[in-house]
Design a protein around this ligand. Structure first.
Ligand code: SAH
Length: 340
């Protein structure tokens, strides 16, 4: 939980990077819609309707093959403007599926946007309020990257947590060797190790639900398969990289997601993780080229726009490789599409 206001975070007092990032992002998301040209960043569902439509088909295919088409709920974590959900639900309706919709969202500004896009949804502050009586298929696009991280630095005195003090990141006093994955314990001096306790605990809660109720979780984000060292904290302001420690609450702070940690956390709670694949491979396997061609036939004037969007989502030099996709499923559920 945030322990200081963003104003306090900017002053000379000392706090962990984790608490700084939690307070800064809470203030940031509570005060604005950060998406789109006028905002700070753009996400896959805002690039093209094809993204949400393909996820809707993925969802319907999985739910129907699991025999859960009548009972399953659509859950989305941090749904932004609700664009992904609106596109996915429209595509699902064509497959005869109209699941109840549950959004986990803390920002009042974005909740209002989501209500305009998906009026029938129910909203929750956290995963605790999700329904307990039915299978859940959970979608998380660029959600985990927004959760606060802890950073640890290998110093001459041992592993220390990084603190924010006077606009700088400095190692704290306490020994933190116990927080470092065993494979990284002997990393060179100056190495940084990141952990996201909020991601781990939200995923563990959801995995417990899915293990008990049935269902699956689809996580899409920029990230890597750890354990690995490296400082991935970044800030986006008006579509450009900015100083993450300056003016907290005015820019989007993110960190890369450790997909191996998500998979291991799910496995420990009884779910079966699939392979982690690039977004390009996933969308290609789901048929983005066929979908782009069908849309271009219906709207020839949009051919160039559709080609550009497809390339941005799929090509390795754009989002295709850095963005990764991981599905975790109930062990009795069939393997989801897109990972072959
Ligand atoms: N998934 C959307 C938006 C990504 S931005 C898209 O792809 O366009 C991150 C989203 O997560 C925003 O909706 C933000 O308000 C929400 N969010 C950030 N931290 C959160 C938290 N701790 N709990 C719930 N939602 C959170």
């Amino acid at each position: 939980m945030p322990t200081a206001s963003p104003e306090a975070a900017g002053s000379a007092n000392i706090q962990t990077l984790h608490d700084f990032m939690a307070a800064a992002n809470t203030a940031y998301y509570a005060s604005r819609d950060p998406l789109g040209q006028a905002g700070d960043f753009i996400t896959a569902p805002e690039i093209s309707q094809m993204f949400g439509e393909l996820i809707g088909m993925w969802f319907a295919d999985l739910a129907l093959r699991a025999g859960a088409g009548e009972r399953v709920a659509y859950v989305e974590l941090g749904p932004g403007r609700g664009t992904l959900a609106a596109d996915a639900l429209r595509a699902m309706a064509r497959a005869g599926l109209a699941p109840p919709v549950h959004f986990v969202e803390t920002s009042p500004v974005l909740r209002a946007r989501q209500r305009a896009a998906v009026p029938q949804a129910s909203w929750h502050d956290d995963v605790a309020g999700l329904p307990g009586d039915r299978p859940l298929i959970v979608i998380a696009n660029e959600f985990f990257d927004a959760l606060p991280i802890r950073q640890y630095e290998r110093t001459a005195r041992g592993w220390r947590e990084r603190m924010v003090a006077g606009g700088q990141l400095l190692p704290g006093e306490e020994d933190c060797a116990g927080a470092i994955p065993i494979q990284l314990a002997d990393a060179p001096l100056g190495s940084i190790v990141e952990r996201s306790p909020a991601s781990e605990s939200i995923l563990a809660d959801l995995a417990g639900r899915i293990a008990a109720q049935g269902g699956a979780l689809l996580a899409i984000d920029y990230g890597y398969e750890g354990p690995a060292t490296g400082d991935t904290l970044q800030a986006m302001l008006s579509h450009a990289y900015a100083d993450p420690l300056e003016a907290p609450g005015t820019r989007d702070l993110t960190a890369h997601v450790d997909f191996a940690m998500l998979a291991a956390t799910g496995r420990a709670t009884g779910l079966r993780p699939g392979p982690c694949v690039g977004q390009g491979a996933f969308l290609s396997a789901l048929g983005i080229d066929a979908r782009a061609a069908a849309l271009a036939r219906a709207h020839p004037e949009r051919l160039e726009e559709l080609r550009g969007a497809r390339d941005r989502l799929v090509e390795p030099r754009a989002m295709g490789r850095l963005f990764k996709v991981l599905a975790l499923r109930h062990p009795a559920w069939p393997a989801p599409a897109g990972f072959a």
